[in-house]
Design a protein. Structure first.
Length: 474
């Protein structure tokens, strides 16, 4: 039976408190993500009961409604119903949000707004951290996944001697695969600038300057590099993460100051000029070296932990990954992963979870085979296919596994074994890529044989334990 997306959108909008209660909203691969003025108006239990909704929960400072892979259709309808622009779906920063709330005071009392703003301020380093990370990194993840998969394919083709690295075909394809990583600061410039409330194209301009060929060439300059007599500690900004995010935050604050100083007729001229003159040199002199030190220290600390107790760290990471997905906190690891690519040239965190998608798919497939309930069988079958082929696991977790805690726990333990193996064998990857059945050849090329072994452990083990532990509800 086809889903009535208009009905789903209408009911969700009603149960979150109506359009007037929405401060901002966006979506990811499977979820609608609302930031509400008054969270108490959202009835999570009733939202979960809506036909077409898998789960509703509070996580990462957001009211999240899990729809599944059809989330964009519901998002588009709600966008039209609330007369919002899709580009404005993500709230900028606290100052802009406060301005929006002030405009809509007729719909919400000042006391409620103030209380919610106070709560949000307290959660800047908790729930709000994940909110900011998802808003900054999520928009360009599709491009990164595509580029990563192409990189993995090229590794496979050159390993099998099907394609030579000296061939112009390889050069052309590698440019398409590597450019998204090389110019990552420019991608971040737009999304971070937009999120913090800075002028995003100016942030992109600063980011582009950081990877400008002559600036990149200063890294190998024989003479000392200075700016107005001040020494510049030249670092590599290609593929970097932290410098541009810090720049975007400072730019937003600086622009608010300029807007108070300059009359409106002069802002279009002087604000962009001063942004570039002040922030770009300041990035080279201060922000770049400081964030580089922080990034390397963070990478060293995590790597030391994994090298010291690899079995425990690997097991915990892989076993808890489905739990992280439930609350959306797995996005908090993305900056660390991206920093690893920039600092080390590879990542050792997400490879620990290489088998988890397959373990989730296998466990749900076992439920599909065991159950006699037609509705559950239909849900389990489509969810298993979604996890196995597309790597989208939320429907399987929310729709099938969460309600069957023994199956869920057993599956997590098996995934943990695969993660421990990956940690012990130092499995890494040097590209960001999706993990599913269709990318298995690229996974083998990038992760190596132990990555495949971890996948087999999750597939076979999770299917077996789920098949044994599942019990049909009476």
């Amino acid at each position: 039976m086809a889903k009535d997306y208009n009905a789903i959108a209408k009911e969700v909008l009603e149960k979150v408190g109506g359009a007037e209660n929405i401060d901002s909203f966006t979506h990811c691969v499977t979820r609608l993500r609302f930031i509400l003025k008054d969270k108490s108006k959202a009835d999570l239990d009733e939202i979960t009961k809506i036909n077409g909704v898998l789960k509703a929960l509070e996580a990462s400072g957001q009211t999240q409604v899990v729809i599944g892979t059809d989330v964009v259709k519901v998002y588009d309808i709600i966008t039209d119903m609330t007369n919002r622009k899709k580009e404005a779906a993500v709230a900028a920063d606290d100052a802009e949000t406060a301005a929006d709330v002030k405009m809509e005071e007729s719909h919400s009392s000042e006391d409620v707004v103030a209380e919610n703003k106070k709560k949000n301020k307290k959660n800047v380093f908790g729930d709000k951290f994940v909110e900011y990370v998802s808003a900054i990194f999520m928009p360009f993840m599709g491009a990164f996944m595509g580029a990563g998969l192409l990189k993995g394919t090229l590794v496979l083709l050159t390993t099998l001697n099907i394609l030579s690295k000296d061939a112009s075909t390889y050069t052309i394809l590698y440019a398409a695969a590597d450019s998204a990583f090389y110019f990552m600061p420019i991608f971040l410039g737009y999304t971070a600038g937009k999120k913090f409330g800075a002028k995003p194209f100016i942030t992109m301009g600063i980011a582009a300057a950081l990877v400008y060929p002559s600036i990149v060439g200063l890294k190998n300059a024989e003479a000392a590099v200075t700016f107005c007599g001040l020494p510049v500690d030249v670092i590599s900004y290609t593929s970097s993460v932290l410098p541009v995010i810090v720049v975007a935050y400072l730019q937003a604050k600086l622009e608010k100051l300029f807007e108070r100083i300059f009359p409106e007729v002069l802002r279009g001229i002087f604000v962009p000029l001063l942004d570039l003159i002040i922030l770009f040199p300041f990035t080279l002199l201060v922000i770049g070296p400081v964030t580089d030190f922080v990034g390397r220290g963070l990478a060293f600390a995590i790597q030391t932990g994994l090298n010291t107790i690899p079995f425990v760290a690997g097991f915990a990471m892989a076993a808890l990954w489905p739990v992280m997905i439930i609350f959306g906190v797995h996005w908090g690891l993305i900056p660390i992963v991206m920093n690893n690519y920039a600092v080390l040239g590879y990542d050792y965190i997400l490879p620990l979870t290489v088998g988890t998608n397959f373990g989730i798919a296998a466990a749900v497939f076992a439920v599909f085979l065991r159950t006699h309930n037609k509705d559950l069988k239909n849900l389990a079958g489509t969810s298993a296919l979604s996890a196995f082929i597309g790597g989208v696991t939320e429907p399987a977790i929310y729709g099938v596994l969460l309600a069957r805690k023994k199956v869920f726990a057993a599956m997590c333990i098996i995934n943990g074994i695969g993660g421990a193996l990956c940690a012990i064998m130092h499995v890494t990857r040097d590209v960001q890529m999706s993990v599913n059945a269709l990318t298995l050849p690229a996974i083998y090329a990038v992760y190596g044989i132990w990555g495949i072994v971890a996948i087999v452990i999750s597939l076979v083990g999770a299917f077996a334990v789920a098949f044994v532990t599942f019990k049909e509800e009476k």
